[in-house]
Design a protein around this ligand. Structure first.
Ligand code: AMP
Length: 116
């Protein structure tokens, strides 16, 4: 069940600000408020979906493609394709997800440590 009061829903409704990196019709990218690397951008689709799995269930193929192409556009714009990056999406309790609106973390700008 999607919670309309989650923090990313509030950002999408412009009730709270964000440090925007990129926006298009379908997605919004902004800097993480508590960065875990020199570059830490979050990317979210603009429609209500809780997790990666929920996103894939609810979005049509065009929207799924558009979202991931926007991820690549941001990677291009911030010039990290050749130095490298890590994409993460946390899902649910075991995945350690804190905000229940599907999002992708883009971590870059330095060597990202091992996962554990
Ligand atoms: P997750 O644990 O995958 O759900 O990640 C949620 C992320 O959202 C964390 O990295 C937080 O630092 C980040 N976050 C929470 N509130 C905000 C906010 N208002 N603006 C930007 N990032 C936020």
């Amino acid at each position: 069940m999607y919670d309309e009061n989650n923090i990313f829903a509030k950002i999408l409704r412009k009730e709270i600000p964000c440090d925007k990196v990129h926006e298009d019709e379908f997605s919004l990218f902004f800097n993480d408020i508590n960065p875990q690397a020199k570059i830490h951008v979050l990317g979210i689709p603009k429609f209500p979906c809780t997790t990666f799995s929920d996103f894939l269930k609810k979005a049509d193929d065009e929207n799924i493609t558009t979202f991931f192409k926007s991820v690549q556009l941001v990677i291009n714009n911030i010039n990290i394709e050749h130095t490298g990056y890590r994409l993460i999406t946390n899902s649910g309790e075991d995945g350690g997800q804190e905000v229940a609106h599907f999002h992708i973390h883009i971590l870059a700008g330095e060597k990202i440590g091992s996962l554990r």
